[in-house]
Structures are given as C-alpha cells and as structure tokens.
Design a protein around this ligand. Sequence first.
Ligand code: ADP
Length: 596
Amino acid sequence: MSRRPLLRLLRLAAPFRWWMLLAALLGVATIGSSIALMATAAWVISRAALHPPIGVLSVAVVGVRFFGIARGVFRYLERIVAHQTTFCLLARLRVWFFAHLEPLAPARLQEHRSGDLLARIVADIDTLENIYLRVIAPPAVAALVAAGMAVFMAAYDLRLALALVSLLIAAGALIPLALRGLARQPGRELVAARGALVAAVIDGVQGMADLAAFNAQERHLASVRQLSRALAHHQWRLAALGAVQTALLSLVTSLAALVVLVLAIPLVRGGQLDGVLLAVLVLAALASFEAVQPLPAALQHLDSSLAAARRLFELVDAPPAVRDPAQPLPMPTKFSGNSISDPLLHVEGLRFRYAPGDPPALDGVSFALPAGAIVAVVGPSGAGKSTLVGLLLRFWDYDKGAIRLAGHDLRRYAQDDVRRLLSVVSQQTHLFSGTLLDNLRVARPDAAPDEAFAALRAAHLDRFVAALPDGLDTWIGEQGLRLSGGERQRLAIARAVLKDAPILLLDEPTANLDPVTERAVLETVFSALAGRTTLLITHRLAGLERASAILVLEKGRIAERGTHTELLQHGSAYRRLWARQQAEQALIADTTSTPL
Ligand code: ADP
C-alpha cells in the first residue's frame, strides 16, 4: 500500500540513523558556532566600549577566532557526513527497489511502457536524494537550535525565550506553510503550461516541413508565443510568492531583534541584566534564524519526495502475478528414465487468459514432452505460442489445467527452481553492457573462461571470438561491439550450452534471421544441444523434420498434431503455413537475385 510513504522511507533509512544523527549534530554545531561567533563578537565590542584592560578581552577575542574557524570546519564535516549518508541511503534504496521490482517482471510491469517506466524510476529515485539532506535534516537542526536558544534566553528571562521561539516557529513553519497553500495552484498551472509549451515546440520542430508547406509557421509561432507568455505569467506568480516569503522571513528576523531589545532593555534598567549582554542577546537571536532559512525549501522537497516515494511504493506494492508456494517441492535431481507414458513435462488441458474479460490465449492445450524428445509448437502470429513459453517460465499463473514437471504441478515448485531447469533461446537475445565473458556468465556465473570458450565453440562462435583483439574480454552491448543477428543467436546458444539445463526452450530462436542464417543457426542449435529435451516454438517451419511431434496451434487451441511428413500429407493448417512460407521464400529469393 502507498500509505504513509514518509514512514516507510524512514524505515528504509533506519540503518543510517547514527550517521544521520551525527550529521544533524554537526549541523547544529555549525549554526551554534555562528551564534556563538556573533554573541562573543557583540560581547567584545560592548565590553571594549567600557575601556577595560586588554586582558579582559583577550579570551573573548580568541573565542571569536575559534568560532569563526569552527563554523567552517563543522560545516565541512557536516557536508561530508551528510552526503556520505545520502549516497549510502540512495544505494540502499536502489537495491531495495530493484529487489522488489524484479518479481513483478514481466506480468505486472507490462501495463507501463518500458521507456516511461525507466525514466520515471530513475527520476523518482533521484528525487529521493533530497530526502535526508533537504527534508529530514533541516527541521531536526532547526528544532535543536531553537531548543538551545530557548534554554539560553530563558537563563535571562522566560519571556525572551518564548518570544524568540514563537518568531522562529513563525519564520520556519507558519509562513512557509501558508505560502505553500497559496503556491499550490500556480505550481500546478506552471507544470501544465511547461508541458504544453514543450509539446508545442517539439511538434513545431518535428512538423517543420509540413508547417512550411502549408504556410502555417506564423500561426504555429503565435500559439508558441502565447503558451510562452502563459508560462512566464505562472513563473512570475510563483516568483512573486517566493519574494513575499523571503521578505517576510527578513521581516520576522528583524522583528526578533526588535522584540529582544524591547524585552531586554527593561531588564538592564532593572539591574537584572548586565548592559554588556544586551547586544549579545540581540545578535545571538538574529544569528539563530540561519537555522530556519532552509525550512521553506524543505517543505517543497518534502512534497516532491513524498510524491516520488508514493509512485515507487505503488509500483512495488503491486502483487506479483505468481507467488511461490509456502513449501515448494524439492526439484527432482534425476531426469532420466522418463518415457512416453511418464514424460518429463506434461501439459494437460491448459487454459489461460491475460485478463478476466479477454478471450483465452490458450484453450485446452495438451501435450507431452518426453525426456530427450524434440516437440515443436508452430502456429501463426497471435496463436498463443509466447503465452505457452510465459506459462512454462512461470511468468503468469494458469487458470485451468496443469503443467506437470516430473509428475508434479509446476505451481508446487519454487519459480527459481523451475527456471533453473530451463535453458531459453528466444528471438530477442539481450546483450548486457559488459564483456563477452560477462554475457556468457549470465547463464552460469561461475563459468571458467575455458568453459565459456568451449560453449562458444559448440555455438560455432569460437573463430569469431578468437579473431577479436580482446577475445572473451571484448566489450559488447550498448556501447561495445555490435553483433549481427546470427552472432547474437549463437551467443544465446552458447549461453544455453553453458547453462546445461535439462529442458531446452527454443522460443522462435531464428525469427529475426534471414533464411540462410536461419538454417545455419538451427544446425548449430541441434548440434550443440543435441540430446536435450527440447520444446521448439516457432512460426517458421524450418528444421521441423527433427521433431518427434509437431503441434499446430491456432487461436489458442491445438488444431493438428503429427510429424512433419504426416502433417504435410494430412494436415490442412500445417500445409497452409508451409505453402505460405514457401511462397515468401520464393519471393525473397526472387528479389535478392533480380538486379535492381
Ligand atoms: P504468438 O506468440 O503465437 O504470436 P501470443 O502468445 O503472443 O501469440 O498471443 C496470444 C494472444 O494473447 C494474442 O491474442 C495476444 O493479443 C494476446 N496477448 C499476448 N500477450 C499479451 C499480454 N501481455 N497481455 C494481454 N494479451 C496478450
């Protein structure tokens, strides 16, 4: 639930509480030094006016110097400790957040567009950077300074303490709270106006050619100008409120000096207060307002941090689509000895829909995958093939029917255990930013370089890698070497070899490849991963002669089943797919062989 985001944030920050306390105490020491500096300076000047022997002043002069230096030293230490705490806290938040997000992928995250999601998460976590430095620390420091000043003033007169604390509260809490209320509406309008202006400018830039062709630049410019004026107006309103706030804070600070004077002068007259201390009290009171200066900003940061925290908590609080059973079954260690009558994987009457109102994506699918066999599931796009893969990988829970692994329902095992048994080669192989070896170790983190190289050899990628200057240490991914489609898939095969799981799931492994590369990659798959129990999911009918059974999936149901030869002879859906594919390939061959 997204209730009480502040409390949850504080709980997450709990391991750093001592560092936070230290940083707050250093903050108090910094402002305390400022106050002490002003107070001792005031005392030196007042006392000097009475022409005392120089020795009387010397201790206080040293005090002035000491507090002047201490202020800088304390500020420096406070910044170091506070930033160190902030970065440690951020690191913890990121890891915590990722750990909570991961079980939600992919089922619960698909509602968010991935680009949006990423941008939102990064921005929101960055916003939380402020939570300690600008939200928690300033009020804590201000409260401690106010308490210290109250004790100091009360030592002379209780009314002084009451007046000063009231004015500190007015400056640090009442004025910012009142102005926050006033700024809320213009703030919202400002955000909307900025969004509208950005959209209009981007539209204008992207549609420049069309605007020019229709002579519409002037009209577009006029609307941009109008939006820009609206934005400036909202900015002006907010700036005016900011100015009022600054002015009010200065006013209250000066008022504090006046009030202390008005209250203290009668005390001096009545002999309860040494006249030398008059300026001390006034300047100490003035200096104490430094503690409340960051509070208006703290309030703004509180709002944005809470909004960010609420969004992050909402995301991670979504219940995962699949939960592990309370007591998962141990994974069977032996997978041999399975026969047709006792298959390794058995799908029975499987039915699944993505959302309650949706038509079923799989409806009554049944088949067996005996150990060592190759079973293929083919069908046109939208038939439900990826859904089947998603269910096998436990990304979603099925509604009806069962998937049995070694005789037990898949739902009775822990998800991680199930995934450990499956090697997946999918159509999109993600390459992480890292070395080739890092990318292979995704499949098995402890793989030694020669094991990794052996896997590359099985995937027929060894010569390619050996020719690279850095070999296995070549950087690939976003900022590194770009691999061709075929090389990517070979890397995926090498990963599968390295993982060496008992069941191989080939999810359209050649969907993005041209027919020649497709054939070569399929050859590699079957040679490198020969003998493994394999489920081949594909909409292309290549390499299917090897399958002991082919299931033709249409609209979530199995329309036909048999071997490649049987289906070519008797299967109508299969023959249709086959004919379409032959025609496509003939077309490709035609266009590539015809000179343009
Ligand atoms: P295939 O892999 O055979 O192309 P899919 O399994 O992707 O087919 O899709 C089967 C059906 O389920 C389609 O009607 C598709 O629109 C729907 N579908 C697929 N993925 C989702 C999803 N994440 N959310 C809702 N519906 C989905």
